[in-house]
Design a protein around this ligand. Structure first.
Ligand SMILES: Cc1cc2nc3c(=O)[nH]c(=O)nc-3n(C[C@H](O)[C@H](O)[C@H](O)COP(=O)(O)OP(=O)(O)OC[C@H]3O[C@@H](n4cnc5c(N)ncnc54)[C@H](O)[C@@H]3O)c2cc1C
Length: 290
């Protein structure tokens, strides 16, 4: 197996174009498991850890450009105020060792329906910045990035440069149910984001469909009810019936399966409970921020 180790982004893109048989590796927390269990035997590995550009983040016009190689530990320590939903999800990933190595770009590369970064990225309306040497940069809304179970929209000559995440304009929440409290793959997960600036609600569902996905009807329903009742201005308590109806609509957007981690019925039930709670917690934060 060849080991290709570019030291700049341009070199990485050139190698990607020349060697489409090379598997990119960032933190390696998914790739090394695949190699160790002999599920994959690529002709070459394309190591991205020496590409400094991937390990940087910046803010421009209210949008955080998070380099694909920024690990979870740095999302938690450096971006908790700007990207609270993603930071909450990052805190639940694996163990401290996994959070130091594992990256959001790697989560997107694997595109597992259970990846914890996906629900908050969906709720925030993130955009994936992909790039190739031949065609330059391509912006892919994250909701269009997941194309099937562990499949994504990247072309064979493309790499993920970064993910663009709007800085939180309001409260965000992330919930995850697992078979234990830590080091666990989600049985189901849910993220929501309130966008008071445009009076909108964002959602993201994990581990309850072939791909991570939004719950668009639930988003429109909750935003519309908040508007109709004048709650964005009054910041009155979120009615329990409204939170419950939102939870039911979130569950209706899922299409889970029975598997070793949980039944489809449990996934639907847990999603409706998480969505009800997450919306209530986010709304309470919005009220407190007044
Ligand atoms: C013990 C353990 C616990 C875990 N717990 C969790 C958990 O709780 N939640 C969770 O979501 N995940 C978990 N994971 C999975 C893993 O840590 C995450 O998916 C992580 O985000 C992968 O990031 P990485 O940088 O290690 O990716 P890598 O393993 O390096 O790569 C993953 C995939 O992304 C591709 N890739 C990486 N970077 C790029 C790029 N810039 N452009 C294009 N493709 C790229 C690779 O080719 C590969 O297909 C766990 C893994 C382990 C081993």
């Amino acid at each position: 197996m060849d080991f290709l180790q570019p030291s700049s982004w341009d070199e990485a893109l050139a190698v990607r174009a020349e060697r489409p048989d090379a598997l990119p590796i960032a933190g390696g927390t998914d790739v090394m498991v695949e190699l160790n269990f002999d599920r994959r035997r690529p002709a070459a590995l394309l190591d991205l850890t020496r590409v400094d550009e991937l390990r940087a983040w910046s803010v421009d016009d209210g949008v955080v450009r998070l380099g694909a190689g920024v690990p979870y530990a740095r999302v938690i320590s450096e971006l908790g105020d700007r990207l609270p939903g993603l930071a909450m999800a990052a805190r639940t990933v694996g163990s401290p060792q996994i959070r130091v190595r594992g990256t959001v770009g790697g989560n997107l590369g694997s595109a597992s329906p259970a990846g914890d970064a996906h629900p908050p990225l969906l709720a925030a309306g993130a955009v994936v910045e992909a790039e190739s040497a031949a065609r330059g940069t391509r912006m892919i809304p994250v909701a269009e990035f997941y194309t099937g179970v562990k499949r994504n929209a990247l072309e064979p000559d493309e790499l993920i440069a970064a993910v663009l995440v709007p800085r939180a304009a309001g409260p965000q929440q992330f919930c995850k149910v697992g078979t234990r409290n830590a080091m666990v793959i989600a049985v189901s997960a849910f993220a929501c984001a309130l966008h008071p600036d445009r009076r909108a609600v964002g959602t993201g569902i994990g581990s309850a469909a072939p791909t991570p996905r939004r719950a668009p009807e639930a988003e429109t329903f909750l935003a519309g009810e908040l508007e109709a009742a004048g709650l964005w201005e009054s910041r009155a308590e979120l009615p329990e019936t409204l939170a419950r109806a939102f939870g039911e609509r979130v569950a209706a957007a899922a299409s889970p399966i029975d598997d070793v981690r949980g039944s489809a019925a449990y996934r639907l039930h847990s999603l409706s409970v998480m969505a009800r709670r997450a919306a209530t917690w986010a709304w309470n934060d919005y009220r407190k921020a007044a």
